[in-house]
Design a binder for this molecule. Structure first.
Ligand code: ZN
Length: 513
């Protein structure tokens, strides 16, 4: 058994390293590669991807996993070895279901679809991408067909991102969240809007970059095991537990961009840096799901980074860095500016309060398209109608409507969006648990001290890597299942105070009496 286990470890380590090498090429491509490198880089990353896929789907790996099954059941469920065998088996089974020729054909189609979208979006020409999207949808249904035991056609896609969660769990949860968010958003946008003009002055890039580095350090991001570089679309990537890179971008006319970008990507990076070093070089050494990954980035960006205690410490530093721009702006004004709620068309620019409405629209439409209830040709109109209902505005064109996100135009239709809202829900659940255990955290934030929170997250979430599924992790950390209540409590309290919502209710009651 020892020998078989050693062989499994060696085989999966090769897959890990091929993927890591591919990630280095991807990071370089996004941050430094000159344009001319494109064709060769595409060839090289495709080769590494194919080699990793071949190793993962190798029938010899399946035999090895079968041989190791009795050993696995003899171990505690949460032991490193049992978790590794379980996780490699899951990945092998999912990858082996889909024929390589089908995937190659699909990827070719997605590459052409992406090119078509790049041309059609600026031209506001949905008709031009319609046949491509219809074909992607057809391919998505065929892909799901390789997983005949699924309950809903979107389940295989959700499993790839957030293993263990299904449409039957998520749909009612998100529908309820929407039902309770819409009136809250409507009450807020009926109030006088926050003034965010203090953020839209000129802030020199060099100082913004310095502040972004400083907050990464303060969060506990380890620069001996990472670095921050510039990239037009910020992301985080890990090559090993010892090398986790973040990227960021600065806008001189927007103070929020680089600083909140650092908190967000830093949140992703703390997760990858915080994985138990004993899992290094294994497939378990990465965040367990899209939802849990997004929970840590959103927790640091929003629950910490847009909170008043955090800014009681940070704001004087910002005023010192930008005395002309912020010297006469009060902390409360600044705090309201960074939490401004407004009806918005673009998901990536949406505030904390309206963000999930953007996501749930996409999630619902993915399901309806996959179910055959929503035809691609009817998508733009459905988009406008849903926007009118949820947001009270209607996108003026398809460029900033149905064509705004790349997700449906470079891959399968399905599973692409729920991770974002799951992240918000989970982030609030984790944060509430951390505060219950350590009520001193907000007081520490006022002193610029973030270590207690970081240690709690590392101990309870980060160190496990992919050993547990999302649902298992939530249960371990919070003692209960996935729940939207902590998230709604958090939003209700924070924005209720910021927008004096209690007062609104009170005034209405008075006028009626
Ligand atoms: Zn993220």
């Amino acid at each position: 058994m020892e020998k078989k286990l050693a062989e499994l470890k060696a085989r999966q380590a090769e897959i890990h390293d091929l993927r890591a090498a591919r990630a280095v090429l991807g990071w370089d491509q996004a941050a430094y590669m000159p344009e001319g490198g494109g064709p060769a880089r595409a060839r090289q990353t495709a080769l590494l991807g194919r080699l990793a896929h071949e190793r993962l789907t190798d029938p010899a790996l399946a035999r090895l996993l079968d041989d190791l099954a009795p050993y696995e059941t003899s171990l505690p469920y949460d032991s490193d070895d049992a978790s590794l065998i379980r996780f490699v088996r899951r990945r092998h089974e999912m990858a082996a279901r889909v024929p390589a020729e089908f995937m190659a054909g699909a990827e070719e189609h997605f590459a052409t679809t992406f090119q078509a979208w790049m041309a059609a979006r600026p031209a506001n020409d949905f008709k031009a991408v319609r046949p491509f999207l219809a074909r992607s949808l057809e391919l998505s249904r065929r892909f799901a067909g390789y997983f005949p035991d699924h309950e809903h056609v979107a389940d295989p896609f959700i499993a790839l991102q957030d293993y263990g969660l299904t449409v039957s769990t998520l749909r009612p949860l998100l529908a309820e969240l929407r039902q309770r968010l819409v009136p809250l958003v409507q009450a807020i946008v009926a109030r006088p809007a926050a003034d965010a003009s203090c953020l839209k002055q000129h802030f020199p890039a060099a100082q913004q970059w310095e502040l972004s580095l400083e907050v990464l350090e303060r969060m506990g991001y380890d620069f001996r095991r990472g670095r921050q570089d510039q990239a037009p679309h910020p992301f985080t990537t890990a090559f090993s537990i010892g090398d986790v890179r973040v990227t960021n971008r600065v806008r001189e006319r927007d103070l929020g961009e680089a600083f909140f970008g650092a908190l967000h990507e830093g949140g992703h990076a703390l997760y990858e840096q915080g994985i138990d070093p004993g899992l290094e070089g294994t497939l378990l050494a990465e965040g367990t799901s899209a939802g849990v990954h997004e929970s840590t980035s959103r927790l640091w960006e929003n629950l910490v980074g847009r909170s008043l205690p955090f800014w009681r410490f940070y704001y004087p530093r910002f005023q010192a860095a930008f005395p002309e721009q912020l010297g006469s702006v009060f902390l409360d004004t600044f705090h309201q500016a960074i939490n401004k709620v407004q009806r918005s068309l673009i998901r990536t620019e949406a505030d904390e309060m309206t963000y999930d409405l953007h996501i749930m629209l996409r999630f619902d439409f993915e399901l309806e398209m996959l179910e055959g209830k929503l035809a691609v040709k009817d998508l733009p109109e459905a988009w406008r109608e849903r926007f009118r209902q949820d947001m009270g505005i209607v996108p003026p064109d398809d460029r900033d409507g149905v064509m705004q996100d790349v997700h449906w135009f470079w891959g399968f239709v399905g599973g692409a969006f729920q991770g974002y809202t799951l992240g918000n829900i989970l982030g609030a659940q984790f944060f509430e648990s951390a505060l219950r255990r350590h009520p001193e955290i907000p007081g520490e934030m006022e002193q610029g001290e973030l270590g207690t929170l970081h240690r709690w997250l590392r101990e309870n979430v980060y160190r496990h890597g992919s050993k547990f599924t999302t649902a298992e992790l939530v249960e371990r950390v919070t003692g209960g299942p996935l729940s939207i209540e902590p998230y709604l409590r958090y939003l209700g309290q924070k924005f209720g105070e910021l927008y004096s919502l209690q007062q609104v209710v009170g005034e209405e009651n008075d006028s009626r009496s």
